[in-house]
Design a protein around this ligand. Sequence first.
Ligand code: C5P
Length: 218
Amino acid sequence: TGRIVVAVDGPSGSGKSTVSRRLAAALDARYLDTGAMYRAVTWAVLSSGVDPTDTDAVAKIAGEIELTIGTDPTAPHIAADGTLLDAEIRGPRVTAAVSAVAAVPAVRQTLVAMQRGIIAAAERIVVEGRDIGTVVASDAELKVYLTASADARARRRSAEYATDVSATAADLARRDRLDSTRPVDPLQQAPDAVVLDTTEMGIDEAVERLRDLLQGRV
Ligand code: C5P
């Protein structure tokens, strides 16, 4: 046993959050949801009336915001300047604007530095996002890239948020495109990542596979 960092990347609806939380709980590890951090900055941008495409103003907010992020896999909480945002950051306005905010290099610089600090302070941690295996924790002991068919991802998301399937599919396609094509730290499969396609795979099976891959290390 020693230090273990597991990086979990992939597009929205691939099962990242559920698998990452379950794996972290099973390993008695911490859990970091980096998407929640981009969402919290986006929430602050929108609530201060700043245009999400005004990169200077967005960068300023990211630099000034006081984020508090919990790493308990059974109850992850996030707060900005003392306000709990667990529900607010999942709303449609934040979801629509988050990819633009996450594309601003200064925002990524600030949040990646914070993420690395949290990872360094943990003995074991499962970290989920888009650029964890490629950028944030490129030395992770295990890198996982979770995918699923566009259909399966849209169905899961619309069940989770009680939204229309075709509107959800369109939103996922739009975010995937923005996240994969942005110049800075796009969503990308790390060359040394294990790819798991969860289209036909249940959560339990995915978690089991990852635990198998960690055999002997934990
Ligand atoms: O994972 P989640 O859907 O909550 O992420 C929300 C958005 O945050 C993504 O669509 C992406 O634009 C951004 N993100 C990112 N890098 C990460 C995690 C999330 O750019 N490591």
